[in-house]
Ligand binder design. Structure first.
Ligand code: FAD
Length: 505
């Protein structure tokens, strides 16, 4: 199967911009105020056709990505009520985000996924004769002439033993959007990267840059609970019926509209953020998953057999807790033994002790939500350690030491890697790979547009920030190639932008 759209075609579709302060930090890191939240808001709005529940001037109604939320959301009321009982406000996660409990909104049109491909490319592909999409190809090298990028070498695997190689040459410029893992790898294989990494891999150093540093990601951990009724969860044995499939086909709603069961979320500030003067910048993100799906599919509970909870009084549900502004930084490098094989990724999760502290507070706050609120008392919610944890056996259950052990044993990738081709200042910034115009520093005609350029991760799911970077990049590219006729962020949709670019080119 050929899948276009990268991870936007497989993700959970949770639609969150992140905090205004995330974008302000991009502006600080790049020394360019055009990346701050105020200036990025038009690009964030331009993404959406907003059909969510928090209509306001913070949203737009003309963009390519439809934002909506299925009405079917069992258990969501318990979540929002628990938040209120703990003193949190319930508010729009995107308008602008603050400490709060909220409903999750999705990049969905009538229950169906809107990906970067279906939202941005499908509607216009028929009218773009000069757009050629090659599938099943792997870009292997950016070709340089001196310090100018001139072409892309790529290969197609026809059979296990037959690989076809070819080159495309650029008339104007080359834009890499291979993601946080793919973009740095492609640069390094092309001779652009840290000297020691390239030399170890025996790749000629054509241009030295700190490619592959600053890798970071949300650290995620499942906090598992038992509740006393399956009515507050999506229960496949009960809900995945032919009638509900018909309902989904007609309305895009109902149990089949669920993507992993996430319906509620919260943004919370840890003591670490407060102590650093960032009390208005949440660094914990909770996603509440009223879903037994993974258990029934046999993928939960350490791969235990599928179970049926329909009439059970011990029904699992989970809160996924993210360290949403991690301080730890990792690396991605070429493998010296196999530079054209899988790269060496060292995420260094939790290597900064502040991240473990934030994770600890996230674990304890999720228990406070579930075990101390009247809302969840109605469901008899209780913390439930599902996996055997021999490494933590010597710690008193629920002590800080136990939770730190639990976190180090059970936390994993939040699936939001960013930062490996960091945007920074064009001069005198030893950490920067691209400048504020997203151009690879020191290389002519080469730009990167994807999650890898984020200097710091946004404090929520990363797709929207990537779209905003892409919208911004579209404007930068137009400005570069339409000198004297820069576009403005007041254009209502990206279709207009693209049209004007094509007419001018
Ligand atoms: C399981 C999962 C769930 C997620 N859930 C959410 C969510 O609910 N909400 C949200 O906002 N975000 C979510 N995300 C994150 C979000 O999808 C990503 O942050 C975002 O899509 C990243 O976009 P990107 O363009 O930077 O990279 P990618 O999406 O990784 O796209 C890069 C593309 O480049 C291709 N590529 C790489 N190297 C090469 C090469 N050498 N030659 C040719 N092609 C190449 C890749 O195959 C891929 O198609 C999730 C991610 C995952 C994995």
């Amino acid at each position: 199967m050929v899948l276009l759209g990268g991870t936007s075609s497989i993700n959970y579709m949770h639609f969150n911009r992140g905090s205004p302060r995330d974008y302000d930090a991009w502006a600080n890191a790049s020394g360019d105020p055009s990346w701050n939240y105020y200036n990025m808001l038009p690009f964030l709005k331009r993404i959406e056709t907003y059909a969510g529940e928090y209509k306001s001037d913070q949203h737009s109604y003309y963009g390519p990505v439809l934002i909506s939320r299925p009405q079917y959301a069992p258990g969501l009321d318990y979540w929002l009520e628990a938040g209120r009982q703990l003193g949190y406000r319930v508010r729009d996660p995107n308008g602008p985000q603050k400490e709060s409990f909220t409903k999750i909104e999705f990049s969905k049109l009538l229950g169906r996924r809107g990906s970067s491909y279906t939202a941005y490319i499908t509607p216009i592909i028929a009218s773009l004769p000069n757009l050629v999409i090659l599938t099943n190809v792997n870009a292997t090298k950016i070709l340089l002439k001196g310090k100018k990028a001139v072409g892309v070498k790529f290969e197609t695997k026809l059979t296990n033993s037959t690989v076809l190689e070819d080159v495309v040459y650029a008339k104007k410029e080359i834009i890499i959007s291979a993601g946080t893992y793919g973009s740095p790898v492609l640069l390094m294989r092309s001779g652009i990267g840290p000297k020691d990494v390239l030399e170890a891999a025996k790749i000629p150093v054509l241009h030295e840059l700190p490619v592959g540093n600053n890798l970071h990601n949300h650290v995620s951990m499942d906090m598992d609970f038992l509740i006393n009724t399956s009515t507050a969860v999506i229960d496949p044995a009960r809900d995945y019926t032919a009638e509900n499939m018909a309902l989904f086909n007609q309305t895009g709603d109902g149990p089949f509209s669920s993507s992993g069961g996430g319906t509620g979320q919260a943004f919370v500030v840890s003591s670490v953020a407060k102590s650093e003067g960032e009390g208005d910048w949440p660094d914990i993100h909770f996603t509440m998953a009223h879903s037994t799906e993974s258990y029934l599919a046999g993928t939960g509970n350490g791969g235990a057999p599928a179970m049926d909870f329909t009439n059970s009084t011990e029904v699992p549900m989970a809160i996924e807790a993210f360290v949403s502004r991690p301080k730890s930084r990792g690396t991605i490098k070429l493998d010296p033994a196999n530079p054209f094989g899988p790269p060496l990724i060292d995420p260094m999760h939790l290597s900064d002790p502040r991240d473990l502290q934030i994770a600890l507070e996230a674990a304890k706050e999720s228990i406070r939500i579930m075990e101390t609120t009247k809302s969840y008392a109605k469901l008899g919610a209780k913390f439930n350690v599902t996996a055997p944890l021999p490494a933590c056996a010597n710690f008193t259950m629920r002590s800080d030491d136990f939770f730190k052990c639990y976190i180090t044993q059970l936390s994993s990738t939040g699936c939001h890697p960013v930062g490996s081709c960091k945007m920074g200042q064009a001069t005198n910034d030893t950490t920067a790979v691209v400048d504020p115009q997203l151009r690879v520093i020191g290389i002519d005609r080469l730009r990167i547009v994807d999650a890898s350029v984020m200097p710091n991760i946004v404090n929520a799911n990363t797709q929207v920030a990537v779209y905003a970077i892409a919208e911004r990049a579209a404007q930068l590219i137009i400005q570069d190639w339409q000198s004297g006729k820069p576009s403005t962020p007041t254009v209502k949709s990206s279709y207009g932008l693209l049209d004007s670019f094509l007419k001018a080119s």
